[in-house]
Design a protein around this ligand. Sequence first.
Ligand code: TEU
Length: 592
Amino acid sequence: PGPAPWWASAVVYQVYPRSFADSDGDGVGDLRGITSRLDHLADLGVDVVWLSPVYASPQDDNGYDISDYRAVDPTFGTLEDLEELTDALHARGVKLVMDLVVNHTSDEHPWFVESRSSPSSAKRDWYWWRGPREGMEAGAPGAEPTNWRSAFSGPAWSLDEASGEYYLHLFSRKQPDLNWENPDVRAAVHEMMRWWLDRGVDGFRMDVINMVSKDVAADGSLPDGRDADPRTGLAGGGEHYLCGPRIHEYLAEMHAEVFAGRPEALLTVGEMPGVTVADAQRFTDPASAEVDMVFQFEHVDLDHDGSKWHSVPLDLLALKASFGRWQAGLAERGWNSLYWNNHDQPRIVSRWGDDSPEHRAASARCLGTLLHLHRGTPYVYQGEEIGMANFPWASAEQLRDIESRNHLAEEVGHGGDPAEVLSRVAVSSRDNARTPVQWDASPSAGFTTGEPWIAVNPDHAHGWSVADQADDPTSVLAHYRRLVALRHDWPVVALGDFTMLVPEHERVYAFTRRLAGEGPDGAPAVDELLVVANVGSSPVDLGDLLPEAVAGPGRDLELVLGTVPGGGGGDDADVAADPVLAPWEARVLRRG
Ligand code: TEU
């Protein structure tokens, strides 16, 4: 293998612009707001910013419904503001990765407007138009071409009354799916991507990119045989559009048309619901020339049963088994991305940590340590670095997310008890990730001088803000800074082999990282880290659980990074040797 790619030792930070920082007091975050807060990102030390969509959009799904790929939505500013942000990031050595949403457009995109205008329109075939099910009347219940469900409730097909045909939308009815079978669609996407790269963008995070190839029959028909059990798959019918028959062809073509031969150091990451380890090997194998890494969903699907609205407690053994398989599966070929959070997931400290006052900071540090010490490129979602928690949703009116609101309406419409449905939505809602970043303890947390578009978490006044944590060496923020630095400074963190230890232990998450290299004298040497964490709110005695690893003969362990306040400070040797792990304590130890 050649030299390690630059992103092996990089950390990416995701900005969700609507909720990051508001510069003009309209209550919605914007580009100038981001530019005004770059000190925070520099201080954290991240290498790349992934910016969620800022393109022109009716904002039906907060910008994931794009009506002009080459314009900035006035909500967020102007193209000049984006240029300023790009330059300011580059001046600090930080790259900018844009969101690429090309499985679908907005229904207000000129392409769809033209497509919808008539069945004989030149762009009709740019989207998925189909007549009603054979022998059925358009608009009759169940007459949709397939029974696939939209991820945001209801059928995945909507009827256009004028033509009597349906169009496909795997997400909202305002997000019609593009027809990638049509080469003109693909060419238009490639051209747009090159346009952004030419403007200095450093890569793309590709929204649901493994959904662009649909399992369509040779004659273009979608027969009854393509119906699915409506309760399986992401949106019901996933087997017909997740990693479909032409997906590798499309991504290889995109790579050749857009990225190949570019001298810049770029990053591509494909968001891929339902992707398996075997799929990911091929997608991320440099020899396939498709994408650098993928976002997989296996771990974040572990704590619900069937639907994301039915949460079950996390099984730590299953989590370890899942991470272990991904680490092993992408060890030789390909590369992992690592994330706990993004704009679609509830906050990790509330989800798998313990957000009670006693354990919140410790569990945030512990989970951060675990993630960042795996092999792969870690992603930090805004606010994660200060231990932001879920919001205490008390009424349906507080929710803004289309997915949450549609689900509430649907369940209540079917006779569900509103309070019960709300309590389940509150746990899993994407809005948990979308409350404003907490910059300080002032009334709107320093996010805006106006009325915030979504509630600010009241805990910002109680220590959970950037201002409160910035100068406190024991804070979650200070700990995340150390995690980022560790990946930059230690090749073994970026590149070392991964071996899971004690996979059957119910409370301890432990693994080693090993990298063969050269010692100071030029002789061959192995650098080895042991990571051990207590994933729970009571102490755990390691006893002789890890005798070899912890106290093998001649194996002194040095504490590289600890999570208990003071750890990493003066009495490191004692900490390293203590057999008892405090609640949510994590240690990164190095063999002497
Ligand atoms: O998400 C796709 C996806 O698979 C999910 O995480 C999805 O949001 C679903 O609701 C899970 O419950 C991407 C974007 O990240 C998301 O914000 C968009 O809403 C979606 O695509 C459509 O563009």
